[in-house]
Design a protein around this ligand. Structure first.
Ligand SMILES: NC(=O)c1ccc[n+]([C@@H]2O[C@H](COP(=O)([O-])OP(=O)(O)OC[C@H]3O[C@@H](n4cnc5c(N)ncnc54)[C@H](OP(=O)(O)O)[C@@H]3O)[C@@H](O)[C@H]2O)c1
Length: 259
């Protein structure tokens, strides 16, 4: 791979204010791409915007609640006004709002999970795929839980299963335009969602990882490993860098257990 495999490309990364999305945005900018980002927290995306600019890349950023379909459209229109066309869409933003049993779950939070994790990627792909150049890539951040649900957290599991199906359907629809669509399963990764952190209580990936094997959630095999978000970004870069004719409709996983 060259130093700047994404030189001249435009990449959209949702949920890029922190965690995996922030690592992907900065990794792609270092690889030469101009970047469009969103999240709800304006202060967080402003910092990432500045970091992308400091790397000498153009950045378009907007505070957006992806649960709001109209705001998603405004974001997409802003991207197209800024860049005209795009090459890469990373549907990264995701929420884990419900962790209890079906019987105890809150229907509004259950549905909001679907809006952010499944409907927003659908809307982004629907609005942006038409403006994607040949060789384009859509990368959907899914989860092992979208393949094999445990008890509890049903909204998350159902939303990620929906996103996995979207990967397959879109891959089948877009192959003749030479656009590849793949899922990326990070496995446990040291972020606020992984840490179940309350707003403003985020710990750095390094702090979370300092717990060593104790950071591993119960129920996962001892040979699983909590990763730094930059490791997920490296996999996203590899997926984004395949030349035309690369894999499509596939799942790239960093997990260390069978799905
Ligand atoms: N970390 C893991 O162990 C793990 C494992 C498997 C899969 N994943 C998936 O990887 C992706 C990234 O997760 P992460 O762990 O990096 O999470 P994170 O650190 O909590 O970051 C999530 C990002 O998404 C944004 N976001 C959340 N709700 C949003 C909304 N309604 N509108 C716009 N942006 C929104 C957040 O910003 P705001 O809150 O400011 O909006 C934030 O920038 C998710 O799809 C997650 O399901 C993570």
């Amino acid at each position: 791979m060259t130093d700047q495999p994404l030189k001249g490309k435009v990449a959209v990364v949702t949920g890029a204010g922190r965690g995996i999305g922030k690592s992907i945005a900065l990794t792609f900018a270092k690889a030469g791409a101009d970047i469009a980002i969103c999240a709800r927290s304006q202060a967080e995306i402003e910092l990432v915007h500045q970091a992308v600019s400091d790397l000498g890349r153009n950045c378009f950023s907007m505070p957006v609640d992806l649960a709001d379909a109209n705001k998603v459209l405004v974001f997409c229109n802003g991207i197209l006004l800024e860049f005209g066309a795009i090459d890469i869409l990373v549907n990264n933003a995701g929420v884990y709002l419900e962790r209890g049993a079906f019987a105890d779950s809150n229907p509004e939070l259950w549905w909001k999970t679907m809006e952010v994790n499944a409907r927003a990627p659908y809307l982004l792909a629907r609005h942006l795929a038409g403006a994607m150049r040949k060789g384009g890539k859509i990368i959907n951040l899914t989860s092992g839980k979208g393949y094999s649900a445990g008890a509890n957290s049903s909204a998350y599991h159902v939303s990620k299963a929906a996103l996995n199906m979207m990967t397959e359907g879109l891959a089948n629809e877009l192959w003749d335009r030479e656009i590849d669509v793949n899922s990326l399963v990070p496995g446990p990764t040291a972020t606020a969602t992984f840490d179940n952190a309350q707003p403003g209580q985020d710990r750095s990936p390094e702090d979370i990882l300092s717990a060593g094997r104790d950071a591993l959630p119960k129920g996962l095999p001892a040979w699983e490993r909590v990763k730094h978000p930059d490791e997920v970004a490296a996999m996203a870069l590899q997926m984004a860098s395949y030349p035309v004719g690369g894999p499509t409709g596939q799942v790239f996983s960093l997990a260390r257990r069978p799905m």
